[in-house]
Design a protein around this ligand. Structure first.
Ligand SMILES: Cc1cc2nc3c(=O)[nH]c(=O)nc-3n(C[C@H](O)[C@H](O)[C@H](O)COP(=O)(O)OP(=O)(O)OC[C@H]3O[C@@H](n4cnc5c(N)ncnc54)[C@H](O)[C@@H]3O)c2cc1C
Length: 329
């Protein structure tokens, strides 16, 4: 058994100072970190409990009409907040599609952003090969059981996917992640927060050591009337996405004025389908246009032995989600 120490941080500055020490990590709701520790995947020397930092749980309006969701807001509080439900229903739907009510009551928004992949080989320390867990050891999923793995943006080092439902909605909504760290504060556009695996699959995000997520900021709501989070999974609840789609539209009558489409379950990060968005802009929501636009999203797809079905599934899910967002299905 490893000896670990525990510290309850009184404020953000103290938390950042403590977490900047080697082997120290933040703990929010603990719903992912503790599982990883129990399995021997994560072996921190020190837990810095951030859940008593005052103010970081708040959800409050921004002067530009947007919304700030504190990093310590529980997933259930964020999902059920009146402003989130009314102005960002896409985010509410995505949060409620994740985990279970009990887990959502514990899980924090910051922890959700940082949750690690559900790749079987990452979790199972009996497999020596996992570049994410043990850099340089190889990737057992490449030739192994890869039904749940990536079809886009993977590398020869790692084909794991990001499991967060919330992050797919935040990608479509162009959220900004605000962080504070040893060198001060910064704002990270959502598209730059999670990484593709490349040569460093051990790094999931661009967060630097000691940096604390303080909030997620949403721009003013543009998509409240026309959005849909569609999650396709093996069970109707309590399962991670095989493929998910966050679709957000601004409509001008029957024509798409703006489209934002993000996919989950297909890549190491939430995947923005920018070519699909461009093709839909200015078009009526006809099935033929949607099918052509959806095909663009997987043009560069590279499936592995067991996950070829995701190429077709992603296209069908895009068509269905956009039709539902646009009110034509
Ligand atoms: C059985 C089960 C089913 C699940 N199903 C789903 C699902 O369908 N969809 C889904 O999206 N998720 C699912 N989850 C995952 C769940 O959403 C995450 O475990 C949860 O969101 C993590 O939040 P937390 O606060 O508990 O994080 P913790 O476990 O406390 O922390 C996770 C990581 O985030 C870091 N961290 C936490 N807060 C901060 C911060 N403010 N700044 C910087 N780093 C921070 C920690 O150091 C740690 O590395 C499931 C989990 C379980 C156990």
């Amino acid at each position: 058994m490893d000896a670990i120490s525990y510290e309850r941080a009184p404020d953000a500055a103290a938390a950042i100072r403590s977490a900047s020490q080697p082997g120290a990590v933040f703990i929010g709701g603990g719903t992912n970190l503790l599982d990883l520790m129990k399995g021997g995947v994560a072996r921190p020397l020190k837990l810095v409990d951030i859940t008593h930092i005052d103010g970081l749980e708040r959800i409050s309006p921004l002067p530009d009409g947007g919304l700030r969701i504190g990093a310590l807001a529980r997933n259930s509080d964020a999902a059920n907040h009146a402003w989130v439900r009314e102005r960002y229903p896409l985010l509410s739907q995505a949060l409620l599609a994740g985990a279970s009510a009990q887990l959502r009551n514990m899980a924090t928004v910051g922890g959700n952003l940082m949750q690690r992949t559900r790749c079987y080989y990452f979790y199972d320390t009996a497999f020596p090969q996992c570049n994410k867990r043990n850099p340089g050891s190889g990737c057992a999923a490449l030739e192994g059981n890869n039904r749940i793995h990536a079809i886009l943006g993977a590398s020869t080092q790692c084909i794991a996917t990001n499991p967060s439902d919330m992050s797919v909605a935040l990608a479509a909504l162009d959220a900004v992640v605000r962080v504070a760290g040893p060198r001060g504060e910064r704002a990270i556009p959502f598209s730059e927060f999670h990484r593709l695996p490349g040569e460093r699959p051990d790094l999931d995000t661009t967060l630097q050591p000691g940096e604390l997520i303080t909030s997620v900021d949403l721009p003013p709501p543009l998509f409240a009337e026309h959005s849909k989070y569609l999650k396709v999974r093996d069970r109707a609840s309590y399962a991670f996405a095989l493929v998910s789609v966050a679709a957000a539209l601004q409509m001008d009558g029957g024509t798409v004025k703006t489209a934002r489409i993000a996919l989950g379950g297909v890549a190491h990060k939430p995947w923005r389908a920018t070519e699909t968005e461009r093709m839909l802009t200015g078009q009526p929501l006809s099935r033929a246009t949607l099918q052509s636009a959806a095909a663009l999203a997987v043009r560069e797809a590279k499936p592995y032995r067991e996950n070829g079905f995701k190429v077709e599934l992603a296209q069908r899910a895009i068509v269905r989600a956009v039709e539902q967002a646009g009110g034509v299905a």
